[in-house]
Design a protein around this ligand. Structure first.
Ligand code: HEC
Ligand code: HEC
Ligand code: HEC
Ligand code: HEC
Ligand code: HEC
Ligand code: HEC
Length: 346
C-alpha cells in the first residue's frame, strides 16, 4: 500500500527548487504560474507536524476538533496492546486463514473503539482486529467478534473487514509520495492535499483549498429508494441529512463553511461558527427566532446511534415525512414529500 518512488521524489525536489528559485528572484517580476492540481500531483505528503511549523495557530485549533481525534495511536491508551492473539479471517467464508499477531503491531484505534490493522496473508487490506470497551479502569481489549472456526467448541477471535477508512481514517487508504509521513486519521493533508512543494516554496497556489472538501465524507444526505419504490430511506450516518433540500443549499449563497469552521471549535467544543445555535443563525437572520429541536430535528430512530440533526432547515419537517419508527430507520412514506425530494435530487 505504502509505495515510494525514488524517481518521482527527485522530480519533486527539482521542481521545488525551480519554483523556490522563481519566488525568490527579485528581478523576475512575473512569478511562474502554478497550476495547483499539477503541482499537487508532484508533491509529497509531509505530515501535520511539518505543516504546523509555519501554521501553529491553525494547528492548535485543529487539535481541538473531533476530526483530529478520530483515529488515535495505541500509545494514547492506557491499555496493554502487547498481546499475541490468534485471529481468523472473518472476511472469508470458506477455509478462512488464521494467524497469530501481536496487537501492538496494529495501526491504531478508530473512534475509541475499533482497533485497525493489516494482517499479512489475509484476503483484505484492512481489518478491525479487535475492539476497545470502556470500563471503569479505562479501555479493555475484546474480540471484534467471536466464532468457533475450527469446531473445537472454543470461540475464536475474528478479524472483521474494515470498510470505514475512507472517512474515519483516510490516511490509511491514501496513496502518493511520502505516504509514510501521513497520519492514519484526518490530517491537514486530508483536506489540503500533499504539501511538500508548498512548504518549500510558500506559494499559496501550490496547496489546495476546497470548499467542497466537507461533502466527500459528510455526503449531501440524499435518501435512497426502497426496493418496491414505495418509500424512501434517509441516510442516517453522515451528518447532513436533507441538506440538498434546504433553501440554504439551493439558493447557492450558503455552504457548510457559512456555519461551520474548518479548524476551530467554539465554547461548546463544536465546529460551529458563533458560540451556539442562536448566535449562529442570528449572524444572517437578525430578527428571526428559530427553535433548534424543531428546525434541525434529531433522528428518533437511529439504529446505530449516530445521531445527526436534519439539515433541510424546515424544508423537510419530521412530522410530515410519514416515518414509522417501528419499521425502519427514518423512512419517508408521505407521497407529497417523496415527490418533493425526488424533484430536488439532481
Ligand atoms: C515553510 C512554511 C510553511 C509550511 C511548512 C507550510 N506552509 Fe502553508 N503557507 C505558508 C505561507 C507563507 C502561506 C501564505 C502564502 C501567501 O499568502 O502567499 C501559506 C498558506 C497556506 C494556505 C492558504 C492557501 C491559500 O490559497 O490561501 C494553506 C491552505 C496552507 N498554507 C496549508 C498548509 C499545509 C496543509 C501545510 C502542510 C502540508 C503547510 N501549509 C505547510 C507557509 C507554510
Ligand atoms: C476538514 C478539512 C480540513 C482540515 C483537516 C484542515 N483544513 Fe485547513 N482549511 C480547510 C478549508 C475548507 C479552508 C478554507 C477556509 C474556510 O473557509 O474556512 C481551510 C483554510 C486553511 C488555511 C487558510 C487560512 C484560513 O485559516 O482560512 C490554512 C493556512 C490552513 N487551512 C491550514 C491547515 C493546516 C495547517 C491544517 C492541519 C493542522 C489544516 N488546514 C487542516 C479545510 C481543512
Ligand atoms: C475525511 C472525512 C471528513 C471530511 C473531509 C470532513 N469531515 Fe467532518 N467529520 C468526519 C467524521 C467521521 C466525523 C465524526 C467525528 C466524531 O464524532 O468523533 C466528523 C465530525 C464533524 C462535525 C461534528 C463534530 C463537531 O466537532 O462539531 C462537524 C461539525 C464536521 N465534521 C464538519 C466538517 C466540515 C465543516 C468539513 C469541511 C471543512 C468536514 N467536516 C470535513 C469526517 C470528515
Ligand atoms: C462516507 C463516509 C463515512 C463512512 C464510509 C463511514 N462513516 Fe462513520 N461517520 C461519518 C461522518 C461524516 C460522521 C459524523 C456524523 C455526525 O457527527 O453527524 C460519522 C459518524 C460516525 C459515528 C458516530 C460518532 C458520534 O459521535 O456520534 C460512528 C460510531 C461511526 N461513524 C462509525 C462508523 C463505522 C463503524 C463505519 C464503517 C462500518 C463508518 N462509520 C463508515 C462518515 C462515514
Ligand atoms: C445554516 C447553518 C448550517 C449549515 C449551512 C450547515 N450546518 Fe451543520 N450544523 C449546524 C448547526 C446549528 C448544528 C448543530 C450542532 C451544534 O450546535 O454544534 C450543526 C451540526 C452539524 C454536525 C454535527 C452533528 C449533528 O447533526 O448535530 C455535522 C456533522 C454538520 N453539521 C455538518 C455539516 C456539513 C457537512 C454541512 C454542509 C454540507 C453543514 N453542516 C451545513 C448549522 C449548519
Ligand atoms: C451565512 C448566512 C446564513 C446563516 C448563518 C444562516 N442562514 Fe438561513 N438563510 C440564508 C439565506 C441566504 C437563505 C435563503 C434565502 C432565500 O433563498 O430566499 C436562508 C434561508 C433560511 C430559511 C428558509 C427561509 C426563511 O427565511 O424562513 C430558514 C428556515 C433558515 N434560513 C434557517 C436558518 C437557521 C436555523 C440558521 C442557523 C442554524 C440559519 N438559517 C443560518 C442565510 C443564512
Amino acid at each position: 500500500m505504502r509505495k515510494h518512488f525514488l524517481i518521482s521524489s527527485l522530480l519533486v525536489l527539482v521542481l521545488g527548487l525551480i519554483l523556490s528559485g522563481c519566488a525568490g528572484n527579485e528581478t523576475n517580476t512575473k512569478k511562474e504560474k502554478i497550476d495547483t492540481k499539477e503541482v499537487q500531483q508532484m508533491s509529497a505528503y509531509i505530515g501535520t507536524d511539518a505543516c504546523i511549523t509555519c501554521h501553529s495557530e491553525t494547528g492548535q485549533g485543529f487539535a481541538m476538533t473531533s476530526h483530529a481525534g478520530i483515529f488515535k495511536s495505541l500509545d494514547q491508551y492506557n491499555t496493554d496492546f502487547k498481546q499475541m492473539v490468534n485471529v481468523w479471517d472473518g472476511a472469508t467464508k470458506e477455509n478462512p486463514a488464521t494467524k497469530a499477531i501481536n496487537l501492538e503491531d496494529t495501526y491504531g484505534v478508530m473512534m475509541d473503539s475499533y482497533v485497525v490493522g493489516n494482517i499479512d496473508g489475509f484476503s483484505q487490506e484492512l481489518y478491525r482486529v479487535a475492539s476497545l470497551e470502556k470500563s471503569e479502569q479505562g479501555y479493555e481489549l475484546v474480540a471484534a467478534s467471536l466464532k468457533d472456526y475450527n469446531s473445537d467448541g472454543i470461540q475464536d477471535w475474528s478479524a472483521k473487514a474494515y470498510s470505514c477508512a475512507e472517512c474515519h481514517s483516510p490516511g490509511l487508504v491514501a496513496q502518493g509520495l511520502g505516504i509514510k509521513n501521513l497520519e492514519p486519521g484526518i490530517s491537514c493533508e486530508t483536506c489540503h492535499g500533499p504539501g511538500s512543494i508548498h512548504a518549500q516554496t510558500k506559494r499559496k497556489e501550490a496547496i489546495s483549498i476546497n470548499q467542497n472538501a466537507c461533502i466527500t465524507c459528510h455526503t449531501l444526505g440524499q435518501p435512497s429508494e426502497t426496493e418496491d419504490g414505495s418509500s424512501l430511506i434517509a441516510e442516517n450516518h453522515y451528518g447532513t441529512r436533507n441538506w440538498f433540500a434546504s433553501d440554504h443549499y439551493t439558493s447557492g449563497y450558503v455552504n457548510c463553511l457559512s456555519c461551520h469552521t474548518s479548524h476551530e471549535v467554539n465554547k461548546e467544543g463544536s465546529m460551529l461558527k458563533g458560540d451556539n445555535f442562536t448566535e449562529n443563525c442570528a449572524s444572517c437572520h437578525k430578527d428571526e427566532n428559530f427553535d433548534i429541536e424543531e428546525i434541525m430535528w434529531k433522528n428518533p430512530t437511529d439504529l446505530h446511534d449516530h445521531v445527526t440533526r436534519d439539515h433541510s432547515f424546515g424544508a423537510i419537517p419530521y412530522e410530515k415525512i410519514g416515518d414509522n419508527p417501528e419499521t425502519k430507520e427514518v423512512e419517508i412514506t408521505d407521497p407529497k414529500i417523496i415527490k418533493k425530494l425526488k424533484s430536488l435530487i439532481k
